[in-house]
Design a protein around this ligand. Structure first.
Ligand code: KE4
Length: 427
């Protein structure tokens, strides 16, 4: 495998864009080396500009649950393109996507479509503050909710990967109303509500964490969040940008049987096109302008091409549910990676929910950021590049989740396990 063209193109990119990328998560910051420049995708594969084919476990960081270029999604987008790109006016396609989301996510009675997960979470916390007339938002160390100023404190994903969990440029005034707690620490949540309950507008968290690696909430933690928010009048916000339609058609909330007040979505709901969404109880959502007074707007919100991609993706997931297949393939991969690590004498643990998982270079269990940040990221980098050289494209950070798609085959999974056995035995 050569990467000459990627090198050349990335060198030029670095003269044009900060760090040569339009999002730091793809900069290979913690694994080193030059990012592969991707030319195209096909099913479970991506092809870089040097013609290398890789089995893709990033899948655009989650959206491509059906794999790349699913024929039904391609057709829906091509049909939509024939009508034009964007009108800045209501279109019927927005009704279709909104209906699919409301029908799928039980707690969502009304939804607003936006352009990214960040816009969704930014809007949801503004709505929580506007609805409750309170200021404080609770978040958890290692959780990432996009680059919203007030949530860029103790953030996960590329903020953690590149060691800027508290970004410069976020003022003390902005972050003073953000309370950081420890994930899975029920006592800490109760304590915070005892001390600040009447000031807390909302709690936002990842109901399965992907952004410090895959971390699973305890049922006690989930119950405590619901009980404390209900008792204090604060809103419980499930950030399902990653888990929505990923871990189940109804999202993580359908697995955990917890009803949030607001839910944020992104990634899969756009089928790979730029879409985010926030929704929840109608009595709360009706506070959003123009129904209510909480401002939020967007030139391309509900874009017809993006809605076509999102609706085609959700229809496919609804009508040809891949979730049993995803679970079987993902379980095979998870146990294969775990036994490969064990046979190689590596200190690892694998944590999985549905088709998202993480191999931690860590004895485990990993229940919070303090646990995750003790992982051996040096070893992870060697593992990552060893797999790249064998045609396997894993997330380029210990603090991310990998994703299995409905396009992956048993052979892809077995090839990945064999590659991991060889790599883990030699790092
Ligand atoms: P976007 O603004 O990147 O569409 O969504 C932000 C976001 C919000 N909430 C959760 C739970 C998320 O995982 C994300 C974005 N996830 C990262 C990957 N872990 C996006 C990758 C990137 O930043 O390039």
């Amino acid at each position: 495998m050569t990467y000459d063209k990627s090198q050349q193109i990335f060198e030029t990119a670095q003269t044009l864009m900060p760090g040569g990328v339009n999002s730091p998560a793809r900069a290979f910051g913690s694994v080193g080396g030059t990012p592969l420049i991707i030319d195209r995708g096909e099913g479970p594969y991506i092809f870089d500009v040097d013609g290398n084919r890789l089995i893709d476990y990033i899948q655009s960081w989650g959206p491509m649950i059906l794999g790349h270029k699913h024929p039904n999604v391609m057709k829906a987008v091509q049909d939509a393109l024939e009508k034009g790109f964007s009108f800045g006016a209501p279109t019927e396609g927005e009704n279709e996507l909104a209906t699919l989301i409301i029908d799928a996510v039980e707690s969502v009675e009304k939804v607003r479509l936006v352009n990214s997960g960040t816009e969704a979470t930014m809007s949801a916390i503004r709505l929580a503050r506007g609805y409750t007339q309170r200021d404080v938002i609770v978040k958890f160390a290692g959780n990432y909710h996009g680059h919203v100023d007030s949530l860029l404190v103790a953030a996960g994903s590329s903020a953690a990967t590149l060691a800027v969990p508290n970004s410069p440029g976020v003022t003390a005034g902005t972050s003073q109303d953000t309370l950081i707690l420890t994930y899975n620490d029920s006592e800490g949540v109760k304590q915070a509500f005892t001390e600040h309950g009447d000031r807390i507008a909302g709690v936002i968290f990842e109901p399965v964490v992907g952004n410090m690696g895959c971390v699973i909430p305890s049922s006690e933690f989930l119950q405590t969040l619901r009980e404390c928010t209900t008792a204090s009048g604060a809103l419980l916000i499930f950030d399902e940008v990653m888990t929505g339609f990923r871990v189940a058609y109804g999202g993580a909330q359908s697995l955990w049987n917890i009803t949030p007040d607001l839910t944020t979505l992104g990634k899969i709901v756009g089928g790979g096109m730029p879409i985010g969404a926030y929704g929840g109880r109608a009595d709360i959502m009706n506070h959003v302008l123009p129904a209510g007074q909480v401002f939020q707007a967007g030139t391309l919100s509900g874009n017809p091409i993006a809605c076509a991609a999102g609706s085609a993706t959700l229809r496919e997931l609804r009508d040809n549910s891949p979730y049993d297949k995803l679970d079987t393939l993902a379980e095979t991969l998870a146990s294969g990676l775990a036994s490969a690590a064990q046979s190689a004498g590596q200190t690892c643990c694998v944590q999985r929910v549905g088709s998202m998982m993480t191999l931690f270079f860590n004895p485990g269990p990993v229940n919070c950021w303090e646990d995750a940040s003790a992982s051996d990221t040096e070893k992870f980098g060697q593992y990552f590049w060893g797999l790249i050289r064998k045609g396997i494209y894993m997330p380029c950070s210990q603090y991310e989740a990998l994703f299995v798609s409905a396009a992956h085959t048993e052979d892809d999974i077995q090839n990945t396990i064999s590659a991991a056995e060889s790599v883990l035995a030699n790092i």
